[in-house]
Design a protein. Structure first.
Length: 361
């Protein structure tokens, strides 16, 4: 019987690949130098207008930054890109987690790029309320679309905003439009009231549903149903086709209970399979019909004007809130007041009024 010392362990470390003996020091130095260099606002604008993805990515990072020093530069880039924006179709896509949003967007985005469209996907990933981190795994789910030369995928952390679709997402849309992307897709986290924020920045709002998950009756509610311009029953393949068609009938009946939309558009319900690509072209046909109708009646332009006004007010609210929390006087008293509220020494309402009075001073 062989000795146990001579037996090979399953945990035995094997020799790896040796690093190359020749290292280009000058190349490494140049890469490190380029990484440290920060392009100016004019350089970023010029790169974006030429369709340079690196410039676009850097500009979005600048816009998303919470560093106050980056705000002025970000505003300059937005100002330079604004005259070249507003020439795209903006589509919002929402649905509960697990409905297949990322898989659907990849199938839909690939279909659009095959038609010659340039597609930008702004995907929002939920941030942890504990670690404040985010996986940002949407590119992993869209492994085919991410390799498409006519597609740009930008996952962003939701942070502490509602669904992560606040002013920063709105500005990212402008940057993508200036870079030449004619179709902008915004994917929501799909929880809470993030759908309301997305609806206020897109032209067409698409609600993804799945059948057989007990969500048919849950979907027949005024809020999300009234916002949807189309409802798509996803995963209509295999044994699930019959259930998907049944869900389609139920949602069609529900839509007729709601008052007509201001645009006079009647939302449509359809089925699709992101895996087999069945029904994808019909969804695009529906979107094209919507844009043709709303352009002819003037609703499309009216909605864009209302959205611009809405985001002006939202930006004012955001700046006032940020300015309040960054005031030295407020920062100095916040911790003390917070402890007093927690110890029931002062009511939350009186504490808020006191801090607001101090802010006015």
């Amino acid at each position: 019987m062989p000795s146990s010392k001579n037996q090979s362990s399953s945990l035995q470390e094997k020799a790896g690949i040796s690093p190359p003996e020749i290292i280009n020091v000058s190349a490494i130095s140049q890469i490190q130098k380029n990484r440290k260099q920060q392009p100016s606002s004019d350089e970023l604008i010029d790169g974006i207008l030429k369709g340079n993805i690196t410039s676009l990515s850097r500009a979005i990072t600048l816009v998303e930054s919470t560093n106050p020093e980056h705000a002025e530069k970000a505003n300059e880039v937005i100002k330079g890109c604004l005259p070249h924006a507003n020439k795209s179709i903006r589509i919002g896509i929402t649905g509960v987690p697990g409905v297949g949003k990322s898989t659907f967007i990849e199938a839909f985005g690939t279909f659009l790029t095959d038609l010659g469209k340039k597609v930008a996907v702004l995907a929002v990933d939920p941030s942890s309320s504990l670690s404040h981190g985010s996986i940002l795994g949407d590119k992993t789910r869209m492994e085919e679309l991410v390799k498409d030369a006519n597609a740009f995928i930008r996952p962003s952390a939701s942070g502490d905003t509602l669904g992560g679709v606040a002013r920063k997402t709105r500005e990212s849309i402008i940057l993508c439009e200036a870079a030449g992307f004619d179709t902008i897709i915004i994917e929501t986290v799909g929880v809470g009231q993030s759908e309301t924020a997305v609806h206020s920045m897109v032209d067409f709002f698409l609600l993804l549903k799945i059948s057989g998950a007990g969500d048919e009756l849950q979907g027949i509610k005024r809020g999300i149903m009234e916002m949807a311009d189309a409802i798509v029953i996803n995963k209509a393949d295999g044994d699930n086709i019959k259930k998907a068609n049944q869900a389609k009938l139920e949602f069609n009946r529900a839509l007729h209970l709601f008052p007509p939309k201001k645009s006079t558009w009647q939302p449509k319900v359809t089925t699709c399979s992101a895996i087999t690509k069945e029904g994808i072209s019909e969804i695009w046909d529906t979107i094209c019909q919507y844009f043709q109708m709303t352009n002819e009646c003037g609703f499309f332009q009216e909605k864009r004007r209302e959205q611009n006004h809405f985001w002006m007010m939202e930006t004012i609210d955001e700046h006032l809130k940020s300015n309040f929390y960054n005031q030295p006087g407020i920062i100095g008293q916040m911790e003390q007041i917070k402890k007093a509220v927690q110890n029931d020494e002062i009511s939350p309402f009186a504490a808020a009024q006191f801090l607001l009075s101090e802010y006015k001073k």
